[in-house]
Design a protein around this ligand. Sequence first.
Ligand code: C2E
Ligand code: CA
Ligand code: CA
Length: 699
Amino acid sequence: MKKPQAPQEEPAAAEADGVDPVQLQNLWTLVDNLDILFYVKDKKGRYLFVNKALAAVFGTDPARVIGKTDARFVDVAASGIAATDYQALSSGEKVDAEEVVCLRDGSCRTFRTVKIPLFDPAGRVRGLCGISTDITDQRRAVDELIERNELLNTILQNVDAAIYLKDQQGRYIYANGPVLALYARALPDLIGRTDRELMPPEIAARVAEYDAEVLAGAGDEVREETIIGADGCKHHFRSRKVALQLPGHPVCLIGFSTEITELRGLRKRLEHERITDSLTGLANRGMFESSLEEQLVMAALHGTRLAVVIIDFDGFKYINNNYGQGIGDQLIQVVGQRLQQCNVALGSLARLSGDEFAFTLPRAATIEEVARQLEQIRAFLAQPYTLLREPLHLTFSAGISLSNASQYSASELLGRAEAAMYSAKDNGRDQYRFYSPELGTTVARRVELERDLRAAMGSSEFALHYQPKMRRDGSIAGFEALIRWNRPGVGLVAPDNFIPLAEQLGLLLHLGRWVIEQACRQIAAWRDAGLGTIPVAVNLSTSQLTSAALPDYVFDLMREHRIDPGCLEMELTESMMMSDPDLAIAILHRLRSGGVALSIDDFGTGFSSMSYLRQLPVNYLKLDRSFVRNVAVDEKDADLCAGIMALAHKLDMHVVAEGVETLEQHETLAACDCDLFQGFLFSQPMSAQVATEFLRSRH
Ligand code: C2E
Ligand code: CA
Ligand code: CA
């Protein structure tokens, strides 16, 4: 081992003080071999003594360091050595500092350093003695820890959840940003407080109960909690809380709570929307059915009866079409309110659809009582509605079904009430009907008819039959095409038995197009067979008169089949125009200008205003069968027919008499100046083939 390069005077001084040189030598050896850095510098920073550890940091031997300054071994500018040297030398006091030393190879190390000034006997600073411990690794570990803590802290503060630590007494030990925001407190103000100091006692007690369960080792699952924040509002959270045992610490509770206030609001709203009707705020059909199920169970338990009532506005479509959907909606709302305000106790109330409401009458023990209560409700609903300038009067049709022990399900009872309601409508509206088994059969039949009718669409089960219209001289003026349905298993079905249902089901637009196309084909076929230009009339329906696309469709067909103007005729009733008169009139004008002849069908049965008729581009009036029936025997009817005839001719229209069955009728009508005649007297409606024969025989 090399001898340490000690300052010359130090051992001498020691000797002078009576220190044993051998001991001193041992001391140097010890210092020389220490892990910590030991050195002595003179005032100019020249090393007078360095131990091996220091020399090793510089990457050399102690001997090569002696007499040199730091500049030889380190990047002085980047290191903090010079500053602490200067501090110790100039102040003459011990300096305790953390130094960073940047070596020539670019690496840096951190030292914990103590620098002690050395004095001469006169008390002047001569140099310094330094002891440095390399704390680079330690520092790095601390830095990493700080970094990690900072990272953790950043996460905790920015995470979208409340995170908190509470001790066993419920005092907050830690809380992140969202907790502080909830209670509007700074961290130091929250630490040490319990929930009792932050929110109303009953809420705090519930939270404390949950916390206690968790601390007792239970309640580990996620729960929903309600908390009152500093804003005084309820905040809902999904919380997970865990008992946390940190080494050396008593058990505490860590909680993670995500705010779900908005989510809950949304959930509630969705649930509300699922079971309510948005227009009236009443229950919807689904909700009504489930509440009805419950009421049925209760009624069965108590041995009582329950009446299920469905009511439906009469002619609501008319209101919608005439006053607009907005007024229609308002009316529905007002009716909903009236039902809630009426003097009869309703079990539950709902809007099922459109203008259809349902309710139960739980306090009607007998049928008479049901009827009495229903009359009361109807009277209340019949009071005028004042949404517009003139009061609106509404009537309703109602259907009632009665529960019988627990025999029927909610949907069965609803179905029965609905069937009874439709029967009330069919019977002239503005009345109520109780369900009866016969009614049930009607409903079942209707369901089957609907099924078959839907299936028949697009099939070849439909056919047109043709009934001739005759001139006074006995020649054929044209045909009316009348649809027939060859229903499987049933045979030929007359249109009155399926046309109204097809219209209700929205199938008639499609079927109507088929009829027009078929009629065009027939006109073309007769023409091509050399039988001449034979006009054919088709019957329109309401849906066609509200379809603005109808004229173009008809014109396309006429072009395709080269139909002469006036050869295709269309028959419509006045009531068909009621749902949207303006549109209907526009459609009729277009059809007329495109060469389609128009007839008013069933004239005399509807609302028949002559002044109204003048607005319509009509060619024919078809005098209804009901006038024709008695024309030969009832003078008044004959006069009426003659009057109509004269008026029609004044308006440039021809008159066709429908349902002419006898010669007498024919003669009387002819005497009244009737233009054309149609009826069994001349022919029943015939298949296309028979009609062709009929034409040929008269050709
Ligand atoms: P409508 O337009 O008034 O047709 C005349 C109806 O009277 C036809 O009944 C016809 O067979 C019947 N009839 C003709 N002459 C006599 C007679 O002398 N005595 C009696 N008692 N009846 C006679 P049908 O074919 O059963 O048609 C009934 C209704 O169905 C038609 O009344 C029409 O409104 C409708 N309809 C028929 N075909 C179609 C169609 O293709 N489309 C539409 N939308 N409705 C149609
Ligand atoms: Ca007709
Ligand atoms: Ca008719």
